[in-house]
Design a protein around this ligand. Sequence first.
Ligand code: SAM
Length: 249
Amino acid sequence: MTLVGPIWRATVLTLFPEMFPGPLGVSLAGKALASGLWALEARDIRDSATDRHRSVDDTPAGGGPGMVLRADVLAAAIDAADCGPDRPEDRPRLLMSPRGRPLTQSQVVELAAGPGPLVVCGRFEGVDQRVIAARGLQEVSIGDYVLSGGEIAAMALIDACVRLLPGVMGKLSSGADESFSDGLLEYPQYTRPQEFEGQPIPEILVSGDHAKVAAWRLAEAEALTKARRPDLWAAKNSRQKQPKNTTKG
Ligand code: SAM
């Protein structure tokens, strides 16, 4: 496949660059990385420390447990990563953070369509608030739980984007039918054997009637979404009830 323009690039700022590519170096994302469909750069925040001990953190102002990533060191790391002709400044700058806006598939689609983000991985108690504002970092959470660092969260975000890049998943699966693509969770999947521990594959799926299969899948997806994710179901219904935009001219 011929790619036009610069490839999608993720730049990760971390205290543990050796964690990358990690899981992003195997399977779908790893093959795509090896074949140049996307690029990954893991940069050590510690390289921007200025003192003899290469310190990156300090105690929280006002007291309390743990340490906080220093604003000056992180700002210098962001500036060093952003400069250069092949690194356009309009890349999204993200900070993985449990306080952030929860990551959604629509945000992933948006990120995958852009040049690729700069992703800051927090550690300790987090990051000095001043650098978040000064460098326009958008806080992104991968769920309501606390990890020990932003690296695994960054990998989750990057993996979700990479699989949507042109040429990564191949022609057969486009992602258009998957969970969240239409505000619904995905319908149940089956494959051979025809019978497993006395349970057959639902008859309709082996009927060869494509319209009936599609209707069955939609009904299953709706039932699953209603039962497991009433929030998604309510959001889908309220979108459907909204009047269509009737702009004239
Ligand atoms: N003290 C912080 C708080 O209560 O919000 C938690 C800091 S956590 C131990 C260290 C780092 O892990 C965070 O700065 C962030 O980068 C990352 N992290 C932890 N949980 C995360 C989540 N759910 N989503 C994204 N990043 C997360």
